[in-house]
Design a protein around this ligand. Structure first.
Ligand code: COA
Ligand code: AMP
Length: 630
């Protein structure tokens, strides 16, 4: 079948389409139907089925004779080590950890926070939770203690599983002190912590609260898989919204299994026995869907990569890992390719490796700029497939479905809507726009299986953030247009979310931190265009009247404050002191206009601006810190 036939088949009979896809999953009790719309606009999928994610990702492959196949390959150029774990070993390790958690009282529905770097044990912890129906919430290692504390208070975990440290190329990330500080700050206290001690740093354990990974599992009875309802939350993953409070995206078990399994074959063309690598981090949605669950559900081999595209040790490391693991489909962020291209513009490192088993390169996480795509096409000689999705959806809204057919690629477009997604471009009033017209991108409800049913403990916020602006639709927060062939073009965010090196960050969260500095009266953060990272945050600080302190010192303190409160991942390095911020007459800060000035783009004087002269002051302030960049 061609893509258009598959999409039409879904349109004609969505229920039949997803019930058929659900047949690829091992159910303990089969669902009687796919969509449960009784609580609309909160939609659920496969709610009355009984199923276990870990069984589908691990045990069933052992049963099917794949026990000796590598399930997880750990490639760590930072520690100079490579290690493979077979499906049989994975089953044993996960059952043991799950058994230990259960013995300590963890039950179905309990939350567990996982704070770990890119080591196989992170996946084992996720799968162990899934095995006993516990709900995990993985927190990215680049977040600081305060961010971890916010998540502890929101999902109130019974336990935290962490590593003693993470390894960045230039430093050891001391996870354990960050964890201890977060537990100190948080109001909710977990009952216990399990610490995976790495040889690079052995952490001090808190007597009575902390257990070492191995000691914790000593002598326990392995746990069998516990069947859960299709609508049981598999995990919560926090993502940036407009305010400092992150949104806890829920992923429900049944839809997650069905949708990810469908994508592995139809989008990535990966089947059991194939080798797949997504170079992301388990702390992000890409890591959840395509480092851990997707490839394992499909019975493929997945790679856990602890390194960077450049500098660990050289810009050929991606190609080396692809060659050595005979990777068939590879997935990374455009920013990683830009980093490689900067150091290897002629692709000399690419030529050193045999990449003939790689069938395609997939890109997501941010807009894939045409120059980077062209560079990759030229030097890799395989289709370069941009695809667009979000933490909320968990899988691609738009893609070029390689496993169905490779459609013609169009530079700057992540191609076409996937089955399950009716994507519309709307004007402010919610009316569909014509082809080529720029507007808000919305998806007609219901969203397909595998996407968020709601937010953790925040149904009102879910409705307000996503469903209220365009009734009957899910608002993606992205703006763009569709061409006459149905290809989508994702151009910008419509909210205060920015994308720095493929990481989704909230300028609102950074503003909250800056506003807490005693000398700052008012502030704004914008995302300016950055050649490597896509966007980079810039802070504007208005100081309290009468403040006579050295402005440079205040800027330094503010930069340190954001790193300390949000974490290094915010990459907040630049701020400038200004007298006033440009605002509308109703007091709304004109961030969009400030971005245009920082990027050196033409802008129209906003009709509602309070005092146009402020824009000259902003222009001068930006010039003093090197913007617009040459
Ligand atoms: N734990 C702790 N700190 C982390 C971290 C982690 N897991 N990940 C990043 N950081 C730190 C970095 O060390 C850096 O700290 P520094 O300010 O001391 O240098 C800071 O956070 C900013 O990181 P980043 O923006 O990633 O910049 P970088 O210079 O380290 O690397 C790239 C730049 C482009 C090579 C890198 O961002 C990259 O590979 N990006 C791809 C992102 C990706 O895969 N995203 C997932 C979506 S698909
Ligand atoms: P995250 O939730 O971290 O995956 O970030 C999702 C956001 O990243 C989307 O809403 C987009 O703004 C952006 N994004 C992700 N993939 C793409 C893509 N292929 N093209 C353009 N923007 C993208």
């Amino acid at each position: 079948m061609a893509y258009k036939d598959v999409y039409a088949a879904w349109q004609a009979d969505p229920e039949g389409f997803w019930m058929q896809a659900a047949e690829q999953i091992d159910w303990v009790e089969k669902p009687t139907k796919a969509l449960f719309d009784e609580k609309a606009p909160i939609y659920e999928w496969f709610s009355d089925g009984m199923v276990n994610t870990c069984w589908n990702a691990v045990d069933r492959h052992v049963l099917a004779g794949r026990g000796d196949q590598i399930a997880i390959m750990h490639e760590s150029p930072i520690t100079h080590s490579t290690k493979g774990i077979t499906y049989k070993e994975l089953q044993k390790r996960v059952a043991s950890l799950a058994g230990a958690l259960r013995m300590r009282g963890v039950e179905k529905g309990d939350r567990i926070i996982i704070y770990m770097p890119m080591i196989p044990e992170a996946l084992e912890a996720m799968l162990a939770c899934a095995r006993i129906g516990a709900i995990h919430s993985v927190v990215f290692g680049g977040f600081a203690a305060h961010e971890l504390a916010v998540r502890i208070d929101d999902c109130t975990p019974k336990a935290i599983i962490a590593s003693s440290c993470g390894l960045e190329p230039n430093r050891v990330v001391h996870y354990k002190p960050l964890l201890d500080e977060a537990i100190d700050i948080a109001t909710h206290k977990p009952e216990f912590c399990v610490i995976f001690q790495r040889e690079q740093e052995v952490a001090k354990l808190v007597e009575g609260r902390d257990f070492s990974w191995h000691g914790f599992q000593y002598g326990v009875r392995p746990a069998e898989c516990v069947a859960v309802e299709g609508n049981h939350p598999a995990y919560i993953l926090y993502t940036s919204g407009t305010t400092g409070a992150p949104k806890g995206v829920i992923r429900a078990t049944g839809g997650h299994l069905v949708a990810l399994n469908w994508t592995m074959k139809n989008i990535y063309n990966i089947e059991a026995g194939d080798r797949f690598w997504a170079a992301s981090d388990v702390g992000w949605v890409v890591g959840h869907s395509y480092i851990c669950y997707g490839p394992l559900i499909a019975g493929a081999t997945t790679v856990v990569f602890e390194g960077k595209p450049v500098g660990t040790p050289h810009p050929g490391v991606f190609w080396r890992v692809i060659q050595n693991n005979r990777i068939k489909s590879f997935f990374t962020a455009p920013t990683a390719l830009r980093a490689i291209r900067r150091e290897d513009p002629n692709g000399d490192w690419i030529k050193r490796y045999k990449l003939h088993e790689m069938q395609a390169l997939f890109l997501a996480g941010e807009r894939a700029d045409p120059d980077t795509v062209k560079w990759a096409q030229e030097h890799l000689g395989v289709p370069v497939i941009d695809h667009w999705w979000q933490t909320e959806t968990g899988w691609a809204i738009a893609a070029n479905p390689l496993g169905i057919e490779l459609l013609p690629t169009k530079l700057g477009s992540p191609s076409v809507a996937m089955p399950g997604y009716d994507v519309q471009i709307l004007d402010e009033g919610g009316h569909p726009l014509k082809d080529g017209e720029l507007g808000a991108i919305a998806i007609k409800l219901p969203l397909p299986p595998g996407t968020l049913p709601t937010l953790w403990n925040a149904e009102d916020r879910f409705k307000k953030s996503y469903l209220s602006h365009f009734p009957g639709y899910y608002e993606t927060g992205d703006a763009g247009y569709k061409d006459e062939d149905g290809y989508l073009y994702i151009m910008a965010r419509t909210d205060d979310v920015i994308n720095v090196a493929g990481h989704r960050l909230s300028t609102g969260a950074m503003e909250e931190v800056l506003a807490s500095h005693p000398d700052v009266a008012e502030c704004a953060v914008i995302g300016a265009a950055d050649e490597l990272k896509g966007q980079t945050p810039i802070g504007f600080l208005c100081l309290n009247k009468g403040c006579t302190r050295d402005e440079k010192a205040i800027v330094r303190e503010c930069v340190a404050l954001v790193r300390d409160q949000i974490g290094p991942v915010a990459a907040f390095k630049t701020a400038v002191v200004v007298d006033r911020l440009p605002k509308t007459r109703s007091g709304k800060i004109l961030r969009g206009t400030m971005v245009k000035i920082a990027d050196g783009q033409d802008y129209k004087m906003p009709a509602t601006i309070d005092d146009p002269a402020i824009l000259d002051e902003i222009t001068a302030a930006l010039k003093s810190i090197g913007y617009p960049a040459a």
